[in-house]
Design a binder for this molecule. Sequence first.
Ligand SMILES: Cc1cc2nc3c(=O)[nH]c(=O)nc-3n(C[C@H](O)[C@H](O)[C@H](O)COP(=O)(O)OP(=O)(O)OC[C@H]3O[C@@H](n4cnc5c(N)ncnc54)[C@H](O)[C@@H]3O)c2cc1C
Length: 291
Amino acid sequence: MKPAAFDYLAADSLDAAAAALSRAGGDGKVLAGGQSLMPMLNFRLVRPSILIDINRIPGLAYIEATDNAVRVGALTRHHAIETSPVVKAHLPVLTAAMQHVAHLAIRNRGTIGGSLSHADPAAELPMMALLLDARIAIQSYGGRRTEQARDFFVGSLATSLGEDEIVTDVEFPRLAPGTGWAFEEVARRSGDFALAAVGVTISVRDGKADQVRIGMMGVGETPLRAPQAEALLSGRTVDGALLDEAVASVRSVVEPNSDLHASGEYRRHLVGVLARRAIETAWRRAIGDLQ
Ligand SMILES: Cc1cc2nc3c(=O)[nH]c(=O)nc-3n(C[C@H](O)[C@H](O)[C@H](O)COP(=O)(O)OP(=O)(O)OC[C@H]3O[C@@H](n4cnc5c(N)ncnc54)[C@H](O)[C@@H]3O)c2cc1C
């Protein structure tokens, strides 16, 4: 199919884009990489009156390390994040997750701002933002604000973004040196959206697990954390029995839907398998048993 007719504006500044979005009164859409928006337009799932292209706005595509964080501009392409030495040094779990995002051609166009704003429950970047406690900076005609990732994703393909708001950058707190990490995903074919995935980070203090974070995707309407399992692991040495407890806890808190690709029951089973692998690998990295 072809999209319904729309006007097109190539904005040359964030202010111009925000003003145009505000003028559109809820009927405008930001165009970033177009990798999700164009299919939605073609299927006429959305019919905006105007597309506001942000690709020519200078200064929106960058990755920079600050004293305690890594900041990523909204127009940064997936492939730039995947191959960034700064990301690899400070957020290796993000580097690993990016290798699972779609195919190279899509990673060359798709952007972090687009992925977070689109908020697919089986997309890697929203889950990474939640896992890593990212802060999302947002601009509208009325001003700027920031939002924590945990408050940003409110449903399947739904965020707290107002209809006149634009994501401008994302700040990920750096992982402390020595933090163990792992990312595990299963998709039907390489490059497909995940059936389920789990990301984990763990520190070690006095030989016990500390600062445990578990993120999950594909098993709910939004990316999820597993606070009960995180609490269960904290302050303990990870062994087979504890892994069994953590897996049971993870499975007990998810309510995955069934769809064409997999049943909810299969996804619940799968997320437990992936959680076990990811927790064990992150723990082994944290204790220096694995690079
Ligand atoms: C075949 C295929 C397979 C894919 N597989 C995966 C996968 O495995 N994992 C995965 O994570 N993704 C996957 N994707 C999606 C891909 O990652 C997209 O790049 C991403 O979802 C959207 O980014 P984009 O820059 O292309 O955004 P666009 O398509 O341009 O926009 C998406 C939505 O976000 C809004 N938007 C864009 N930028 C901003 C902004 N800065 N502020 C506010 N709103 C904004 C748009 O208005 C639109 O509503 C796949 C896509 C395809 C076509």
